[in-house]
Design a protein around this ligand. Structure first.
Ligand code: SF4
Length: 262
């Protein structure tokens, strides 16, 4: 709570109730990569199959790529992301940042993309913003890796920590969709505007999206501020705390009334 800047005044109460540029890059990548159907199952050997999947999906058009990724299991998905060259962000990355946590978590936190620390380590939210996120989790009796999964809209670091372009987010989207389908979380917390806009597919301010339960593919979704923003904006930490309390109360409702989405 001290880390959140809320102690000792705040306490959890009792229940109150693809753009053209990307396609050009893909075409170039496709020329450099053997075009193999990722779903063709001659399956000679596991490693060869993994190479086939990761190479082929990067070169596929959007719909075919999404369909291929939607069939992947966890190991295939991780292999595919690790070697993905489906958008220009792959050129500047050190490591892809797949996501981390409990693959059967009820809570899914989604940020926008890796920063420098995450790019170096290959794990989401490991810098100062990550510490704050961990403290936010502790404040509502959660812990990274235990009933919590953390992912981003894009798996590679945008240069200069800029927001991902819509085309980049669009190319990466099938990965997050597949992660969500495999995890089957009860509640998604969108951290910041980029995550919220991409998941909800509508442009709106954080202020207008907070305090409501939205839906992403029949999964409840709540919007709050990105921890990196909260590090720069102390007054909004109190609002983030309100959002976390709202999320806790929402989860209680979901656990008592709603089956985990399939
Ligand atoms: Fe592939 Fe996503 Fe990285 Fe782009 S950001 S190269 S789509 S993993």
């Amino acid at each position: 709570m001290k880390e959140l800047g809320l102690w000792p005044n705040w306490r959890l109460r009792e229940p109150v109730a693809a753009g053209a540029a990307v396609e050009a890059t893909l075409a170039a990548d496709a020329r450099a990569t053997p075009a193999i159907n990722p779903l063709a199952d001659g399956s000679p050997a596991p490693q060869a199959r993994a190479r086939t999947i990761k190479d082929a999906t990067s070169a596929l058009p959007l719909d075919a790529r999404a369909a291929a990724i939607a069939q992947m299991d966890w190991p295939q998905l991780k292999e595919s992301v690790a070697a993905c060259i489906a958008c220009p962000l792959h050129k500047g990355r050190n490591k892809t940042v797949f996501g981390v946590g409990d693959e059967h978590a009820e809570w899914l936190f989604v940020g926008e993309g890796p920063g420098a620390d995450e790019d170096a380590k290959g794990e989401p939210f490991v810098g100062q913003a990550g510490k704050l996120l961990d403290n936010m989790l502790v404040a509502i009796s959660l812990k990274r890796g235990r009933n919590v999964y953390i992912a981003n809209i894009v798996k590679c670091r945008p240069p200069g920590n800029r927001n991902p372009e819509p085309a980049e987010a669009g190319r990466c989207e099938p990965y997050l969709h597949r992660q969500i389908a495999l995890i089957k979380p009860r509640l998604i917390i969108a951290l910041g505007k980029v995550a919220a806009v991409n998941l909800l597919r509508r442009d709106a301010s954080i202020a207008s999206l907070r305090g409501k339960v939205h839906e992403y593919r029949n999964i409840s979704l709540i919007v709050t501020y990105h921890p990196a923003y909260l590090l720069r904006s102390l007054p909004d930490k109190a609002k983030a705390w309100e959002d976390l309390c709202f999320a806790v109360e929402t989860m209680k409702t979901l656990q008592s009334t709603k089956p985990i989405p399939i």
